[in-house]
Design a binder for this molecule. Structure first.
Ligand code: NAD
Length: 688
């Protein structure tokens, strides 16, 4: 099968790419395109060309599996050069999701016609990269610098209407997009439209070129929340070059930066997470299972989690019944959901009709019999085994045969919950993270008796509602919270040994976390962990005392930090510092100063060690699964690739040696390197 073909429609040559599933611009396709373009250039019967695709989208990007390999010619730049040297109009017929290299090819064409639902983007920054085939030079020339900064630094797509308004596309056309592009090409020929290339159009940059200092003001306004320290800075530099350098020089610098980023640790880490997320939902023995469609869902409990989970279903267009045992709690839950929708509308993310449609899909009820027609039921009631038992034995009676019975428990034993029903095969954990309508992570917990069908249904619906499902096994806290607990124990320990809350948090934000662990505890509420520790009979000397003082975190204005009324900014509290020092003295722990690097290692390496145990026990299938959990559920910086990937980059020998040092200093066994870590370190291997 040829990846691209040329057909004549009168005097218009139609180049059709056919490289399923998304017409990725791989080595073979680029070669085919350059050869067709060369032929078309010399074909006097062709007056203009249309570049279009078969399938569901115009070229959706490069083939990112080729990123790790040396670039092969012809490159995307060669394809674009062949278009720009054509000497006759080339019109791109855009539909679906022309992104990355695909969108850059379109930017190299003389004209662009788009179907109404088209979404274009330069998403490279999300993989720790930047556009490498002219995107940073052609986009600002077509759309202006402000738009280009926003698109390239966020990586987010814009729709066809927006692309038309900003000058990126020349026309939005209904109906057959290839036919519309052919008609456009005929008009371009008939009207003898000038063939001005995007790279030569300087009108939109003229003001900036006269006054380059304005660039910094625009750049400061553009969001830069994504990625590590290098890629966004390089992308920004390349956009600055669009103003400061002749276009050819700027294009060459862009390419050099791109090639350097491909080799960077930062991009390797982000690509690892990208592929790990795809892998995480795959379970070897589920390959043959065809899960049924979920047409209706039910959520039990309209508290913090239940409300968010119900919103996830409604957002995906799935009708959902939300059940509370009391009218008052139900009303509170509904009010929360409405408030959340209004807030996203206020941020411009949602139209009024969308809110109404989504709320219309949420059906409130106060009687468990309302679960009868649900294909999946997610329980999100209090974290109390007695109450979970009650709910699940009722579900056993009321749910229809074949329904999946899911629990959102954070710590309780999914097998014990399953055992309260006559259909343990239907029971699975679906562990969402707070706020459930925002956080992408979903731990799908496979019980001993969970059927492949139930598990596959939970994974599939997880994807459908926009989550990153990761299949894990049953243990206390599953993967994420089990490792989180290790970090919490270590945090308390380090406070006693000499660090202050702000030093720990500064070290972790310095590493790349958006918030430090103690600021996060204050945000989540210290009372939650306190209650749990009391129930489970263990203690955290500092956090327990803070709770006894009524310092529950942000909600009480005081926790590890102080908060001004109405403010979320943590301020150090001398009272807490004194409490820490006094407690260390009482417990006879000698205090000493810590370097930020030591703090990071003391907090992360024990987690990695626990991750190794989790792998050994088969609770997680792959190291990459653990990384996805930490990046999507706990704010681990994606450009560090997750804890296990980060450990690989340091070398497991180093990690293992440091753990041995911690063990010797602590004089207890909690830091002894796990057998799997020891083995891999000795073999000079990594976790994958
Ligand atoms: P919550 O207290 O906010 O909400 C629980 C809701 O369940 C309350 O509204 C309560 O009225 C309702 N409820 C209790 N018994 C019920 C019954 N028999 N029938 C119907 N409704 C009933 O608690 P939450 O934070 O939403 O936690 C719910 C579950 O999710 C727990 O298992 C928790 O461990 C888990 N979880 C919580 C978080 C989090 O960050 N809050 C994160 C992940 C998982």
């Amino acid at each position: 099968m040829s990846l691209a073909s040329l057909e004549l429609d009168g005097h218009i040559g139609v180049i059709r790419i056919d490289n399923p599933p998304v017409n990725a611009l791989n080595n073979a396709l680029r070669a085919a395109l350059v050869s067709i373009l060369e032929g078309a250039r010399h074909n006097a019967a062709i007056e203009a060309l249309v570049l279009t695709c078969a399938g569901r989208t115009f070229i959706a990007g490069a083939d990112i599996s080729e990123f790790g390999q040396p670039p092969q010619r012809p490159t995307t730049i060669d394809v674009i050069a062949a278009i720009e040297q054509m000497g006759k109009p080339v019109v791109a017929a855009l539909f679906g999701t022309p992104m990355g290299g695909g969108f850059e090819v379109a930017l190299g064409c003389h004209f662009r016609v788009a179907a109404p639902g088209t979404r274009v983007a330069l998403p490279e920054i999300k993989l720790g990269l930047m556009p490498g085939a002219g995107g940073t030079q052609r986009l600002p020339r077509l759309a202006g610098m402000e738009k280009a900064l926003a698109m390239i630094l966020s990586g987010d797509p814009i729709d066809a209407k927006d692309a038309l308004a900003s000058g990126i596309v020349d026309e939005v056309a209904d109906g057959d997009i290839t036919a519309a592009a052919v008609a456009f090409a005929r008009r371009a020929v008939a009207e003898k439209r000038p063939l001005t290339l995007a790279r030569d159009r300087d009108e939109k940059l003229a003001a900036l070129k006269r006054n380059p200092s304005q660039f910094e003001a625009l750049a400061a306004k553009a969001s830069r929340r994504l990625g590590g320290p290098v890629a966004p800075a390089r992308a920004l530099q390349s956009l600055r070059d669009a103003v400061a350098l002749p276009v050819q020089a700027a294009l060459e610098r862009e390419r050099a930066s791109f090639l350097e980023l491909v080799e960077s640790e930062e991009s390797r880490a982000q690509r690892h997470i990208f592929f790990a997320e795809r892998e995480a939902a795959k379970v070897p023995d589920l390959r043959e299972v065809k899960p049924p469609d979920v047409k209706r869902a039910a959520v039990i409990g309209a508290g913090t989690m239940g409300s968010g989970i119900a919103m996830c279903f409604a957002n995906a267009g799935i009708p959902v019944t939300i059940i509370e045992n009391a009218q008052e709690a139900l009303a509170r839950g509904l009010a929360t959901m409405e408030k959340n929708y209004q807030a996203s509308a206020a941020r411009g993310g949602l139209a009024k009709e969308d809110i109404a449609r989504r709320l219309g899909l949420i059906h409130p009820a106060t009687d468990l019999t309302a679960v009868a027609d649900a294909d999946i039921i997610v329980e999100a009631v209090f974290e109390d085994m007695g109450i979970k038992h009650e709910v699940f034995s009722a579900l056993d009676r009321l749910a229809k045969p074949g329904a999946v019975l899911a629990t959102n428990t954070s710590y309780l034993d999914v097998n014990a919950i399953a055992a309260t029903t006559g259909r343990p095969d239907a029971v699975v954990g679906m562990h969402f993270f707070s706020p459930a309508n925002v956080m992408r992570l979903l731990e799908v917990v496979r019980g001993t008796k969970t059927s492949p069908q139930a598990l596959a249904t939970a994974v599939r619906i997880g994807r459908k509602i926009g989550k990153a499902p990761v299949v894990v096994g049953v243990c206390h806290g599953f993967v994420g919270n089990r490792m989180h607990r290790i970090r919490s124990v270590e945090t308390e320990r380090i406070l006693l040994e000499g660090a202050l809350p702000r030093e720990i948090d500064a070290a972790m934000t310095g590493f790349g976390f958006a918030m430090g662990p103690l600021a996060v505890s204050d945000l989540a509420g210290l009372d939650i962990g306190w209650r749990m520790r009391k129930a489970e009979g263990f203690s955290a000397p500092i956090a327990d005392q803070l709770c006894e003082m009524g310092r529950f975190g942000q909600k009480t204005g005081r926790g590890f930090y102080l908060y001004e009324p109405g403010s979320r900014t943590p301020r150090p509290d001398p009272e807490v510092d004194a409490l820490i020092v006094a407690t260390a003295k009482k417990l006879e722990v000698e205090r000493h100063p810590f370097e930020p690097k030591d703090l990071v290692e003391r907090l992360l390496f024990p987690m990695v060690n626990e991750g190794a145990r989790i792998l050994d026990e088969g609770i997680a299938q792959r190291a990459g699964d653990i990384d996805v959990i930490w990046v999507y559920g706990y704010g681990f910086p994606s450009w560090r690739g997750g804890p296990m990937h980060y450990a690989n980059t340091l070398g497991l020998n180093y990690v293992s040696d440091r753990l041995k040092q911690f063990a010797a200093q602590a004089g207890d066994s909690r830091h002894e390197p796990a057998p799997l870590l020891t083995k891999l370190a000795a073999e000079g291997k990594g976790f994958t």
